[in-house]
Ligand binder design. Structure first.
Ligand code: ADP
Ligand code: MG
Length: 376
């Protein structure tokens, strides 16, 4: 038995039926665009959340995490309902409830989790937890869904059950990414393309710095930003900010009633453009040239969308100062992580400088890795 299987047996007193893994993600570019029907370009991290699972036939869901205090959380499947919070166990409970809501024949289970994805670091440990749960329960119960459908189900579980109005990027990245690629997702039509991202072959490293800061207002701010984007689209008479044409930004800004809506709109429209620019550069083999586009994305998030924070700005400025080709915050903002595209020869200098500037930061190199999968 694997280490994960042994841990499951220690908790639940029997062997698991199977083990699965789902990765965290970083977003290369395309921030706060997913809930505006726009473009995103994430890739999967090597760090994963793993789940060992066995079905139960008594209507109980029992979950345990090596990363959380409090032991086994036991819930009755029939009692699951949106808004019934159970701490971290709300995430797996939400996934199980949503699978059943979708008419899938999924019942109780024992699940043991562990994770190498930093929790609360803006690298989507929450999506990894959802996706590994949905994949494991789905496969054990013979559910036939595609990966994008699985991601949508996880998003729905977070929107409806957990009560967070998140977009679909994180779950799609965890479910659908492939090794050696970033994933271009056009959220409007849910079209996907795997875009080759050969960092090492181009003498580059993508450093991630988890600031280990999470400012308290993050969740409320997210909902308000989303509402602001929707208000801006409505004021322009458009279904979403995705529909502002590239050459129509100035006219759109003129037509908006206040400065906040103008700032939000400018970020979303220019950010969609940056995703397309980065993809064109990657397709042309000009990977080093994406650096300035990443940095421009950071400035837009800092100044227009206003979701950065001093710690993220410090990482970005320090990395650029020490030789990074580009750097930006990644994820929703207000803390979490930043990324820096760094020539291999500059990695020690950038790492040292960022660590010195922010001693609590956790810094690692990210390689584009595979999406969710069953473990041997
Ligand atoms: P992020 O997704 O950026 O890591 P979130 O705040 O969205 O941060 O999600 C973190 C939450 O997800 C945790 O507070 C916990 O409820 C849940 N979670 C993530 N990973 C695990 C894990 N390994 N075990 C239990 N719960 C987890
Ligand atoms: Mg999350």
């Amino acid at each position: 038995m694997t280490d994960l299987g042994i841990a499951f047996k220690d908790v639940f007193g029997r062997a698991p039926e199977g083990c699965w893994a789902a990765p965290g993600r970083v977003n290369l570019i395309g921030e706060h665009t997913d809930y505006n029907d726009g473009h995103v370009l994430p890739f999967a991290l090597p760090q994963t959340t793993r789940a060992a699972v066995a079905r139960r036939d008594d209507g109980l869901l029992r979950v345990h995490s090596a990363d959380m205090d409090g032991g086994v959380v036991e819930l009755r499947v029939d009692d699951l309902a949106p808004g019934t919070g159970a701490g971290w166990a709300t995430y797996p409970a939400a996934v199980l409830w949503t699978l059943r809501e979708a008419g899938q024949p999924v019942g109780g289970a024992d699940i043991h989790y562990d994770s190498t994805v930093p929790v609360g670091g803006g690298l989507s440990s929450s999506a990894a937890l959802q996706v590994v749960t949905a994949l494991a329960l789905g496969e054990l119960h013979g559910v036939r869904t595609g990966r994008q459908e699985l991601a949508l189900l996880c998003q729905r579980s977070e929107n409806v059950y957990v009560g967070a109005p998140v977009g679909v990027m994180d779950q799609t990245a965890s479910a659908c990414c492939t090794e050696g690629h970033a994933l271009h997702l056009d959220v409007r039509g849910l079209e996907q393309r795997q875009v080759p991202l050969d960092l090492a072959g181009n003498g580059l490293t993508l450093l991630v710095a988890d600031t280990r800061v999470k400012h308290a207002h993050a969740d409320g701010a997210y909902a308000s930003l989303r509402a602001g984007c929707e208000a801006a689209a409505a004021a322009l008479g458009l279904p979403s900010l995705r529909d502002v044409p590239h050459d129509g930004l100035a006219a759109a800004l003129d037509a908006l009633p206040d400065e906040r809506l103008r700032r939000l709109t400018r970020h979303v429209v220019t950010e969609n453009r940056r995703v397309e620019d980065v993809i064109a550069l990657l397709d042309a083999g000009r990977i080093r040239d994406i650096g300035p586009v990443l940095t421009a994305g950071h400035l837009s998030l800092r100044d227009d969308f206003q979701v950065s924070c001093p710690e993220l700005d410090l990482v970005v400025d320090t990395a650029l100062d020490r030789g990074a080709l580009g750097a930006r915050m990644t994820g929703g903002g207000f803390g979490g992580s930043a990324i820096a595209l760094v020539p291999v020869e500059s990695v020690p200098a950038v790492t040292e400088a960022v660590q010195a500037a922010l001693p609590a930061a956790r810094i690692f190199a990210a390689t584009p890795s595979q999406g969710a999968h069953r473990l041997p």
